[in-house]
Design a protein around this ligand. Structure first.
Ligand SMILES: [Zn+2]
Length: 644
């Protein structure tokens, strides 16, 4: 889901309209809204179902009136027992709902218990393993309205509207279901009966409408696996229109249910969904629910929710619809297998909205990353991994699950290159054990490692479970055509160690500029490059490719720069002198010397202000030696020879 509050509106030549989140403070307000809602959502007493069956199908028949906050109806569950001796089925069902009856094999079941938000149906005998069976629950009630507003009755322009928003725990507030992240129903049929003046939106294809007294029934059919929290309903006096997205020789229909008073705005803004769908098709494979539809239904919550094939949105702004559409691939087709991995939904959807800027409105792509980096580095700690799903601040932290999740992906792309990055993501989406099912972060990591051909444990340790970010001190100077610069790194979080990253720098003057990419492997590393002009400034990470903050760039004289150690003479006989080139101003350290077998021969301290150190080598056998300088903010190493 996504909640967007601040927009800068502009017109794009042609049909696209875009609104861009530019203010990190506003992004934090968005996140705070989500956190506060979630704090109310996780109520004491909530339990997830652990029951050994596989949900095959739900047939839901719901009777609602958007003027009244209540629901009645029945839900038929087709299920397969997964274990021998299966003699009871447990569904999640909030106590605020009243069970009227449970039917099993056409007869009222006599033995069921609705307690502690669980409905347990006991069968007369244990059921055979793997044999499809079913039961039907008849119920009614007023669902508790917690979280983001699980089941909300409101008005727009004087007209009543009713909508649901179940993520993450709210589905069982309004219908009996298996409400967890281990089991998707393979398909659903949803019948919504409401007064005839209204239209009812839901998942999948609208296959029929028919009158039932004063009500009109909308029958929606969805034939793809779906998690319970992605099943929805919304009812009001919608106006509707359909868009067509060309798919080879076919079309995908985008069905829009919009408030009548917003029809003109929707018609002006929604054309941008077409190139977005085409873009994601190109990057991530064909739209995952292509045999059915994509759609938008307007609702009154201040953001969007990625209900499978029928996103609910407050409005139709560029970044919001790009984010929710992205969820069809990341969140709906492949769903996070635990709320600790919520970034697999939200980090991706956020990044995909960035990809829409990159490809459709490129003038905003760099700024998109800059704003996310500002948001991430506004505080020193925090990991993308959510260690405590009872801590709502952690699950739906806009800074960590959304912004940092997105930039951790972008940074990976910067490291791996486009080919390996996008190949890995496509393989992840197409993995038969993940597609239309659930995934964990280690599944994503494995696919990226496979496509890149290199281990990424270090990266996920630094950026998924790890906290904080690097802060760089860049000292640079130019002599003739050579620019020397040193990269010294500290970390924002005391739990973090050195972040090994490729970094980009720009050297420029009024008439020229050049981009340099180097891989920085230790703090204090010195680099030299040749450029054909005199630079008057150096800009660190000018394109916002990596997560870093509080960086300082200083132009320094040659003597202030950390030049490499020079061992003289080399080969040496009875002594060797290490010259520092003035680098020891402020740089305490020590030189350690090893022989060719790796045995330490000497260790000599070097104090700030020293320009050279001489060591007697009369006791050294002839041979090859390694020296290592370990300074406070730089390291250097090399070899010298003792000859006799
Ligand atoms: Zn989202």
């Amino acid at each position: 889901m996504n909640k967007t509050l601040l927009f800068i509106c502009f017109m794009f030549s042609g049909m696209l309209q875009a609104q861009v989140n530019f203010n990190p403070d506003e992004l934090n307000i968005i996140a705070k809204g989500e956190r506060d809602s979630f704090t109310r959502r996780i109520m004491p007493g909530y339990r997830t179902t652990i029951s050994a069956y596989d949900v095959n199908y739900y047939r839901c028949f719901w009777v609602v009136n958007p003027s009244i906050r209540q629901i009645s109806g029945n839900v038929t569950v087709l299920f397969k027992p997964m274990q021998p001796g299966f003699d009871s089925l447990v569904l999640d069902m909030n106590q605020a709902l009243t069970v009227e009856s449970v039917f099993y094999h056409g007869q009222p079941a006599v033995n069921w218990l609705h307690s502690s938000d669980l409905l347990t149906v006991h069968f007369p005998n244990s059921l055979p393993r793997n044999l499809l069976d079913s039961l039907t629950v008849f119920y009614h009630g007023v669902p508790p309205d917690d979280g983001f507003g699980t089941f909300v009755q409101a008005t727009h322009n004087g007209a009543p509207v009713l909508w649901t928003l179940s993520e993450p725990y709210g589905a069982s507030n309004w219908w009996p279901c298996k409400n967890d992240l281990t089991d998707k129903a393979d398909s659903v049929d949803i019948f919504i009966s409401a007064p005839s003046v209204y239209k009812s939106a839901s998942n999948g294809l609208l296959v029929e409408t028919y009158q039932a007294g004063a009500n009109k029934v909308y029958h929606w059919k969805h034939r793809y696996p779906v998690a319970a929290y992605l099943i929805c309903l919304a009812v009001t006096n919608y106006a509707s229109f359909t868009q067509l997205v060309p798919f080879g020789g076919d079309n995908l229909h985008v069905l829009n249910f919009v408030y009548p008073e917003d029809s003109a705005t929707a018609a002006a803004q929604l054309p941008s969904i077409i190139p977005m769908i085409q873009l994601y098709d190109t990057l991530f494979g064909i739209y995952p629910f292509q045999r059915e539809k994509y759609g938008h239904a307007q609702f009154g919550w201040g953001g969007g929710m990625e209900h499978q094939t029928m996103t609910f949105v407050a409005d139709f702004q560029f970044e919001l619809i790009a984010h929710e559409l992205g969820h069809m691939w990341f969140g709906d087709k492949v769903t996070c297998g635990s709320w600790t991995d919520i970034w697999l939904n939200e980090g991706f959807a956020t990044y995909l909205s960035g990809l829409c800027y990159e490809h459709l409105l490129p003038e905003f792509w760099t700024r998109f990353r800059e704003v996310r980096i500002q948001q991430i580095t506004s505080r020193p700690g925090g990991s993308v991994y959510c260690s405590d799903t009872n801590n709502i601040d952690r699950i739906f932290d806009g800074r960590l699950s959304y912004a940092k999740g997105a930039m951790v992906l972008h940074q990976l792309r910067w490291i791996m290159g486009d080919q390996a990055f996008f190949t890995g993501l496509n393989n992840y989406l197409d993995d038969f054990s993940l597609a239309y099912q659930f995934a964990r972060t280690e599944n994503l990591k494995a696919h990226l490692e496979s496509s890149w051909g290199q281990d990424l444990t270090w990266y996920f340790n630094d950026w998924y479970t790890g906290e904080g970010y690097p802060q760089y001190q860049v000292n640079w100077s130019q002599t003739a055509d050579t620019v020397a610069f040193s990269l010294r790194q500290t970390q924002s979080s005391p739990t973090a160690s050195f972040f090994a990253l490729p970094v980009q720098l720009k050297l420029k003057n009024t008439g020229h500029d050049t981009l340099i990419r180097v891989t920085n492997t230790f703090s204090g590393e010195l680099f030299k490059v040749r450029i054909p002009f005199n630079a008057d400034s150096l800009i660190f990470d000018p394109e916002f490719q990596i997560i870093s903050g509080n960086n300082i760039v200083s132009s320094v004289t040659e003597h202030g720069l950390q030049a490499r150690l020079q061992p003289l003479p080399n080969p040496a006989t009875d002594h060797i002198t290490f010259r520092f080139g003035g680098l020891l101003s402020g740089n305490d350290g020590r030189i350690v010397i090893y022989d060719d077998f790796g045995r330490m021969k000497d260790e000599v301290s070097a104090a700030a202000g020293q320009t050279e150190i001489t060591i007697s080598t009369t006791a050294y056998p002839a041979g090859l030696y390694l020296y290592v300088f370990l300074g406070r903010d730089f390291r250097d190493s090399g070899k010298f020879i003792i000859s006799r």
